[in-house]
Design a protein around this ligand. Structure first.
Ligand code: UDP
Length: 455
């Protein structure tokens, strides 16, 4: 214990700079990693873009540096997130380097998307470590996309969608992590730039050996630097700290008191994350599927969830639906999701299968209905159904109210749902073992701290 305290004292003056990706699903795990490293004695500076910046007041232990990203108004409003990230990488390198040159920095941790950080740190001889906020399986699948394109499999052909991808079992071609933002060429360019580790000294994945042993083993063969499987970051963060908000949008906590009034395991929670969007018709089918299922529901309808229209409340969905919401529904713009999933009333999660949402659901033992929208969500969704067997398969995107109703009933009160709930509960137990002393993620964290001391 004395040695541990001395270690903390020695590290106090060691500053780490963390560069998160500017999207909710990237920001949260980086802030959680910062919390963990801060609790182990390091000083933390979060160097973030002006675009989608985090809120410093929620994190009084960190220093913040806002990188002047000089994005134009059109770039900020663009839906082409791939070209936005490429642009950020060209515009942010110099300002970050100027900042890094002013201070003594022990190491830069950067989100794989923010590869300009390595270019800024390298000339100053500051070591860098990459954080991957997606699953190991989706990183592996991404690294194959160029090869598949060279073989003529991409763009995907309709006739092959159900076929397995030989090197990527259990993925089928339809599960490949291909973005629908912008041009395919830009997407592939971003994948190779973000997948190139350059001179970085180590790689961190927010994942666990018990979930992704085989893709992690494959990645360890492919890369020659240490790989730390350090998940779930939200559970490794010291108790209490992970409840601090990492959200870009304000959380509506009123839904927790609504959940308090519902029966155990009765509520289906619906969220498609921070980026995915749907059209009016899909919203309508979701709403009536929910209504007809007879289950209580908590539904996140973010301001830009519905393409082309500003959400103006459920009045737009007709009077009949409004009555159903009053009777057994709760609709919010943004929920405190981790608290929601840990609430005893929540019995199922209908999700777009973003990696954070997937991990958060597993951590709380909540079985899922999977509705992947794009990119790595498809890989996660495939693992949920075919590897861990804890996710009910709803089609990708276009679902009519009947299939929605059937999926909800099956998950919440059917036998398939019950089996999934039991398997999910076992996964939850495995996650808990992984983060305890002697567990794989616990060990990974200890090794990462030793590694940071050695560089
Ligand atoms: N989230 C939240 N409230 C909501 C919806 C989502 O706090 O109403 C959080 C969720 O807990 C997760 C993140 O937003 O940590 C979404 O990340 P994910 O990787 O699941 O999806 P993305 O938004 O990147 O598509």
């Amino acid at each position: 214990r004395k040695r541990e305290m001395e270690g903390v004292e020695q590290r106090k003056h060691r500053r780490l700079v963390l560069v998160p990706g500017p999207f909710q699903g990237h920001l949260t795990p980086m802030l959680q990693l910062g919390t963990i490293l801060h609790s182990r004695g390091f000083s933390i500076t979060i160097a973030h873009t002006k675009f989608n910046h985090p809120h410093p007041s929620s994190h009084p232990d960190f220093h913040f540096l806002c990188i002047e990203d000089r994005l134009s108004k059109d770039e900020v409003q663009s839906r082409d997130l791939v070209s936005l990230v490429l642009t950020l990488n060209t515009k942010c390198e110099q300002p970050l380097r100027e900042f890094l040159a002013q201070d003594r920095i022990a190491c830069v941790f950067y989100d794989a998307l923010m590869y300009f950080s390595e270019s800024a740190a390298r000339p100053l001889k500051i070591p860098s470590v990459i954080l991957h906020t997606n699953s190991a399986a989706s990183s592996l699948a991404r690294s194959f996309l160029h090869q598949l394109k060279a073989l003529g499999f991409i763009p995907l052909q309709e006739s092959m969608l159900q076929d397995p991808v030989p090197q990527l079992q259990p993925l089928r071609f339809k599960d490949l992590p291909i973005s629908h933002f912008g041009r395919l060429e830009d997407h592939l360019q971003l994948i190779s730039l973000a997948g190139d580790i350059r001179t970085s000294s180590a790689l961190v994945w927010n994942t666990l050996e018990c979930l992704e042993e085989s893709p992690l083993a494959q990645l360890r063969e492919d890369y020659r630097v240490p790989i730390f499987s350090l998940g779930p970051l939200n559970k490794l963060a010291p108790a209490g700290s992970s409840s601090s908000s990492t959200g870009l949008l304000e959380e509506d906590n009123a839904c927790i008191s609504w959940l308090d009034k519902q029966c155990r395991n009765s509520v289906i929670y619906i969220s498609l994350g921070s980026i995915a969007s749907i059209d009016d018709r899909q919203l309508m089918e979701m709403a009536w599927g929910l209504a007809n299922s007879g289950q209580p529901f908590l539904w996140v309808v973010r301001p830009n969830l519905v393409r082309g229209s500003e959400w103006s409340g459920f009045e737009s969905l007709s009077k009949g639906f409004k009555e159903i919401v009053e009777e057994r529904g709760c609709i919010v713009k943004w929920a405190p999701q981790r608290r929601v999933l840990s609430h005893g009333s929540v019995g199922g999660f209908w999700s777009h299968c973003g990696w954070n949402s997937t991990l958060e659901s597993i951590c709380e033992g909540v079985p899922m209905i999977r509705q992947p929208c794009f990119g790595d969500q498809r890989v996660n969704a495939r693992y949920l159904t075919s590897v861990w067997k804890v996710g009910y398969e709803l089609g990708d995107g276009e679902n009519d109210r009947r299939s929605v109703e059937k999926a909800i009933r099956e998950l919440m009160v059917g036998t398939q749902g019950e089996e999934m709930r039991q398997r999910m509960s076992k996964l939850k137990d495995k996650v808990e073992v992984s983060i305890q002393e002697g567990g794989s993620s616990y060990g990974s964290l200890e090794r990462l701290i030793e590694f940071l001391q050695s560089i």
